[in-house]
Design a protein around this ligand. Structure first.
Ligand SMILES: Nc1ncnc2c1ncn2[C@@H]1O[C@H](COP(=O)(O)OP(=O)(O)O)[C@@H](O)[C@H]1O
Ligand SMILES: [Mg+2]
Length: 595
């Protein structure tokens, strides 16, 4: 994994969880209802020791009938309190778990939608597997916090405060001693808690590393197997998993220390104070019922402190996880629609006009290596311009800039007279159809794959596009025709077939500007002839830029632009360029065997 050190440092600690507030605020009413259930349940819990004290002090060993009736009432009251406790606890559980599930679902969708909008620059430094791991494991941690920890924490804070209050009412002296001891205890607990949070972020990071590695290698399974690297890759993954295990165990260890410290210190303090209390009863300074009540309240208080230290650990784990998710959400794509976008003029009958003025561009990761240098070109509506040049000349880069995957360092690109930076990204990309160099086929059937070009297209329109792209015939011959599943990334097709699917998709979109990046490179001679004819038909009524590596494509272009090292070195027609005897003439002699 490449750590992105430029990322703004997220606020650390539990404050990070405040970043979740926007996700909680739509559900204010439920939170309020859960809060009420919580307060009722805590009050019911706190009422129980008080009831016990009455019972103990009344005594069980008497035949007095009046007392017996009173005992009955107390038991009934105790049972009523238990009923309230049961109902309110269940209500709290339901409401709070609902919130946890809801917020997790919302965060998942928000992060995914956000990641989809990131520019290619983001994906150059982020592994997709890492993002997926954040979407699954990190959100699960947040679910724990929102769905349990927050309500546990609130409940225990209430019990702690209420219990302490009742302890003080029962016996000021004993309570005072206990509280002083507890204060001395909390400090080490908080410090260990902090360490747990750090380790928990580290352990989530290691898991994301392992997932990132695995998903990259699985996507290239054919390469892994062809090089017989299965054992090696499995070991690599095993190592990553071991590292994740190691960090997880560090966290568990810190957490165990936290637990043992908390329980020992808290119970030690309480036992000590109870010993004092027992002597007070024996000396008649306190009633047995009072001591019983005090014992129950101190049990509630120490239970609350124990539970709080547990939840603190959980909350800190989740703080680590949400820190990472919120970082993702805070990621701002440098490529975004302007606030007040201009709109494109209505589509002209023969396609778009394209003006490129002094384009200078280097990839963000290669500041010293210009990929385009002072490139200027005017393309009239309806023109077909072929771009040729050796591999690495910047041809694909030019297409990426037209789609505004990156912004230029200097220069302007105007589509129909409008600077593409002042267009809504969606409008710009809707006006462009592209058949990329590396065709992409999704794990869906042929029909759906072509329809990706225009989701509202009818079946008949999809089939027409397939016919134009010379794809209809081979699709018909698939076992289930257009309904045939093409496999993940189209593994069930040959390269040439994938390319024709991609062409059909672009043709279905029917854009005023068509970009073909070596669109016929993977085709055999026969299907190339078919596709060539299809593309010619497709070029009618639109402007087409075609990165070409075959003479046949080039010769039909109205103009040929020859690129080398990010610059235009020659332009002209086939005949004039061959006559000039420059780079084009050399490439033509070699039949453009470039990529
Ligand atoms: N994402 C990228 N990050 C950095 N450099 C890149 C990236 N993509 C391409 N390049 C570099 O930009 C130059 C032009 O590449 P490209 O436009 O793909 O060439 P081609 O003319 O073969 O399509 C090459 O030197 C290449 O190494
Ligand atoms: Mg290329």
């Amino acid at each position: 994994m490449t750590p992105n050190t430029d990322r703004p440092k997220a606020r650390s600690g539990l404050k990070t969880l405040a970043g979740l507030i926007p996700f909680l605020s739509p559900y204010r009413r439920r939170i309020f209802a859960a809060g009420i259930a919580l307060v009722i349940a805590a009050s019911a819990t706190l009422a129980i020791p008080y009831g016990f004290r009455q019972l103990i002090d009344l005594g069980f060993t008497t035949a007095d009938t009046q007392k017996a009736a009173q005992v009955n009432v107390y038991f009934l009251a105790l049972f009523a309190v238990a009923c309230v406790l049961a109902a309110s606890t269940a209500a709290r559980f339901y409401l709070v778990s609902w919130l946890g599930e809801r917020v997790t679902a919302d965060i998942r969708s928000a992060v995914y939608a956000h990641v989809l909008r990131q520019s290619p620059e983001f994906f150059e430094v982020t592994q997709t597997g890492e993002v997926l791991s954040r979407l699954t494991t990190d959100t699960t941690l947040i679910q724990t916090v929102v769905g349990t920890s927050i309500s546990m924490a609130l409940r225990n804070v209430l019990l702690l405060i209420g219990g302490l209050l009742m302890m003080f009412i029962t016996s000021i002296k004993l309570s005072f001693i206990i509280v002083v001891m507890l204060l001395a205890i909390i400090l080490p607990i908080v410090m260990i808690g902090r360490r747990v949070r750090k380790l928990s972020r580290a352990s989530q990071d290691r898991i994301a590393d392992a997932s990132g590695l695995a998903s990259e290698r699985m996507n290239a399974i054919a390469v892994v197997q062809a090089f017989a690297h299965e054992v090696h890759e499995a070991r690599q993954f095993g190592n990553a998993v071991e590292r994740a295990f190691g960090t997880a165990i560090d966290r568990v260890r810190a957490r165990s220390i936290l637990t043992v410290t908390a329980i020992l210190l808290v119970f030690g303090a309480i036992v000590f104070v109870l010993w004092l209390g027992a002597h007070a009863v024996m000396e008649g300074r306190m009633s047995a019922g009072e001591l019983g009540q005090f014992i129950l309240y101190s049990a509630i208080v120490s239970g609350a402190i124990g539970a709080l230290s547990e939840t603190l650990g959980d909350a800190q784990r989740a703080a680590g996880a949400s820190e990472r998710l919120l970082e993702l959400l805070a990621e701002r794509s440098p490529i975004a629609s302007p606030e007040h976008p201009q709109s494109l003029p209505a589509r002209a009958a023969n396609g778009s006009r394209l003006e490129l003025e002094h384009l200078n561009f280097h990839y963000p990761s290669r500041p010293d290596q210009p990929s385009l240098a002072d490139l200027s070109l005017d393309i009239a509506p309806g023109e077909t311009v072929a771009i040729v040049g050796p591999s690495g000349a910047g041809k694909t880069t030019l297409f990426q800039l037209l789609l505004r995957f990156y912004d230029l360092q200097t220069g302007n690109i105007r589509l129909d007279g409008v600077d593409i930076r002042s267009l809504k990204l969606q409008d710009l990309r809707n006006a462009i159809g592209i058949v990329p160099q590396d065709t992409v086929v999704f794990s869906a059937n042929a029909m759906e794959n072509i329809r990706y070009g225009r989701p509202e297209a009818t079946d008949a329109e999809v089939i027409d596009a397939a016919k134009l792209a010379a794809a209809h015939e081979f699709i018909e011959r698939l076992p289930e025709g257009y309904q045939s599943f093409l496999g993940e990334r189209g593994v069930r097709l040959s390269g040439g077939q994938r390319q024709r699917i991609a062409i059909a998709r672009a043709l279905l979109k029917n854009p005023p500007l068509l970009l073909l990046d070596e669109a016929t490179s993977a085709l055999d001679a026969e299907s190339e002839r078919l596709v060539q004819r299809a593309l010619e038909a497709a070029m009618v009524g639109r402007t087409t830029l075609v990165i070409a590596h075959r003479l046949a494509t080039v010769q039909r272009a109205t103009r040929i632009v020859v690129m080398e090292q990010g610059r235009i070195v020659e332009t002209g027609t086939h005949a004039s360029l061959v006559e000039a005897g420059g780079l084009y003439a050399q490439l033509a002699a070699l039949q453009f065997n470039t990529h």
